[in-house]
Design a protein. Structure first.
Length: 238
């Protein structure tokens, strides 16, 4: 059945109309972009992914603070080993449950959850934020995080979850390091919470998504391009 016929199908118990139909079309269309990433999901011994986790953890510029990392439950043990090997104390694992998520199944299970590892080093600054959150963040829908004109990213983290995590693990004015900026969710959350975010993203396409997202969310934000002989960076100031 074509996606365009869903709206007309009288036998479909769930009528998908208007904006939701357009979101569904866009989601189905994105599967073609996701297919090259499938080996990462199904390959149980992806050495490149393991090496990336180990090296990025070792490079974290943290002496007193916390690591908060979204991670596939499959690769969670690799991240756990990496943080312990680099002097971090494992604190807790939280969960993000995405009820509407539909991804490649693993041996009969539909993968709808992400683990969230929290580990500390030195003096961590825990914040007493009320009301308390559950240890499993439940979201009925995770689409719509990006504006239609902001571009595409395959794994946009929910801003409401990232903002809550930052509020409980950092103080106002604190520095936050994001080595995988992705769609820019951490940058947006830090700007909302008055934290200083230092973010890195290797993909030029995702950098474009971040810039568009920040400009849309914060029209008064001044974004500058800094260039030198060795590197090119972009900074933003209110």
């Amino acid at each position: 059945m074509k996606v365009s016929t869903l709206k007309k199908n009288k036998d479909n118990p769930r009528q998908i109309k208007g904006e939701k139909l357009e979101l569904l079309k866009k989601s189905v269309g994105s599967f073609q972009k996701m297919m090259p990433l499938r080996p990462i999901v199904v390959d149980e011994n992806n050495e490149g992914l393991h090496e990336l986790i180990e090296l990025s953890t070792a490079a974290m510029p943290i002496t007193n603070g916390l690591i908060v990392a979204f991670q596939s439950p499959r690769t969670f043990p690799v991240l756990l080993d990496a943080v312990r090997a680099n002097g971090y104390h494992f604190e807790r694992m939280l969960w993000l449950y995405k009820a509407a998520q539909c991804t490649f199944p693993w041996r009969g299970w539909i993968l709808k959850s992400e683990s969230i590892l929290i580990a500390s080093k030195g003096e961590a600054q825990w914040q007493d934020v009320h009301p308390f959150s559950h240890d499993c963040y439940y979201l009925s829908e995770v689409s719509g995080e990006l504006a239609p004109d902001s571009g595409w990213h395959g794994s946009v983290k929910p801003i409401v979850v990232v903002r809550d995590l930052l509020a409980r693990t950092s103080t106002v004015g604190a520095s936050v390091y994001e080595p995988f900026a992705g769609s820019g969710t951490t940058l947006v959350a830090c700007q909302n919470l008055n934290r200083k975010c230092y973010a890195i993203e290797i993909s030029e396409n995702y950098c474009a998504v971040i810039l568009e997202r920040m400009q849309t969310a914060f029209p008064d934000l001044e974004i500058k391009r800094l260039e030198s002989d060795e590197k090119t960076t972009t900074s933003a100031t209110a």
